[in-house]
Design a protein around this ligand. Structure first.
Ligand SMILES: *Cc1c(COP(=O)(O)O)cnc(C)c1O
Length: 371
């Protein structure tokens, strides 16, 4: 049997006709950038995320960059974030000349540990970026509280968490700005790159709309220097079709996750395997189903590979160990939880169309591993 880490073909087959019609509609209009499709998508995403505004842009990475530009992040400013994330989270900070200040993660949720944040705050701290990793929200209450008390903006990296909730609040609606990615492998993925920002703040929304079109209120008048980061109509049209099924898909991911955790819990394993923490006060949309096994991760992944099962490590090198961030002065051992998560965790195939037979095959393959 072959169980790829992700199979987009099955999803495509289920919405092929609607997608083809949407793409044809854009081709017939011959309007390709920031038109009606983008506007409609922005309205739908704002509604979906319970925010007043949504502003489309070219990628999740650009969403992070635009958010920090809209907050006037400057050289010398500090931004607190997690070292256990996709590269873009730290890069957006550094690209503006500001300093990423990493804070270790909670070893069960793999998200930024809010209890460690206060100690990292200095007079230069301008922003905190929690990353809702794997589709589960960071514990937001104490972060929001500290942000409010100390006048620090919270920017949510919700690239993996569209539709996730924390205490009933949607990802992207809790901080000042939310950043989302429509990269094809995300829960809501386009047919190429794309991203969107969410906010309840009118002034920030207007600023973001300017910044994504070279800082101009119109084509030839520029109040400030922005970037070219527009969302195109083809992406928006595809995403509007997919958005209709997003909740169904995310619920299906969550039920695959529940079955994995049940089967793995019942399995007679000869080694420790930690399944994801599922908190009852939040909706986890399971962008990834990530397990942890101390000591034998790579051998287990090889074992699964020989049985046709795709797995992947998110993320093998924490940000503070990336060469481009060596100048920050961090060293091995500074963030032990992030470092051991990088050594011990990996993702199993968990997408809406995965069958129970495939899941049982994966669990049987894990059970047959001897270390
Ligand atoms: C995917 C992702 C991004 C970047 O999104 P792109 O659209 O690929 O630029 C940023 N942060 C996290 C946590 C992500 O998973």
């Amino acid at each position: 049997m072959n169980v790829p880490l992700l199979d987009l073909q099955a999803q495509y087959a289920s919405i092929r006709d609607d997608l083809q019609r949407a793409i044809e509609r854009v081709m017939d209009s011959q309007r390709f950038v920031l038109g009606d499709e983008v506007r409609e998508l922005e309205n739908s995403i704002a509604q979906y995320c319970s925010t007043k505004h949504a502003i489309g842009c070219a990628s999740g990475s650009d969403a992070l960059l635009l958010a920090l530009m809209a907050l006037d992040l400057k050289p010398g400013d500090e931004v607190i974030t997690t070292p256990f994330s996709f590269f873009a989270t730290g890069a957006a900070v550094a690209r503006l000349g500001a300093r990423p200040v990493f804070v270790d993660i909670d070893p069960r949720s793999y998200n930024l540990d809010p209890s460690r944040v206060a100690d990292a705050i200095t007079p230069r701290t301008k922003v905190i970026i929690p990353v809702h990793l794997y589709g589960q929200c960071t514990q937001m209450d104490s972060l929001l509280d500290v942000g409010e008390r100390r006048g620090i903006a919270i920017v949510e990296d919700a690239a993996q968490a569209i539709g996730a909730t924390d205490n009933g609040r949607r990802a992207g609606s809790m901080g000042l700005i939310g950043c989302f990615s429509f990269y094809p492998t995300k829960n809501l993925g386009g047919a190429g790159d794309g991203g969107i920002l969410t906010t309840n703040d009118d002034a920030i929304a207007a600023r973001l709309r300017r910044l994504r079109t070279h800082g101009g209120a119109n084509e030839y008048q520029h109040e400030e220097i922005g970037i070219n980061s527009r969302l195109d109509e083809l992406q928006a049209a595809v995403l509007r079709v997919k958005l209709r099924s997003l909740d169904k898909w995310s619920d299906e991911r969550a039920s695959k996750a529940a079955l994995y955790s049940q089967l793995l819990g019942d399995a007679d394993l000869s080694f420790p395997l930690v399944t994801p923490q599922i908190r009852t006060d939040r909706r986890h949309i399971f962008h990834q189903y990530v397990v942890r096994t101390p000591g034998n991760r790579d051998a287990l992944m090889d074992h699964l590979k020989t049985r046709g099962i795709g797995t992947k490590v998110y993320y093998p090198i924490p940000l503070h160990r990336q060469e481009c961030f060596f100048y920050l002065g961090y060293k091995e051992g500074d963030f032990p939880e992030a470092e051991s998560a990088a050594r011990e965790t990996f993702a199993l195939p968990a997408y809406p169309e995965l069958t129970e037979t495939q899941q049982r095959y994966v669990v049987d393959a894990i059970s047959s591993f001897r270390h």
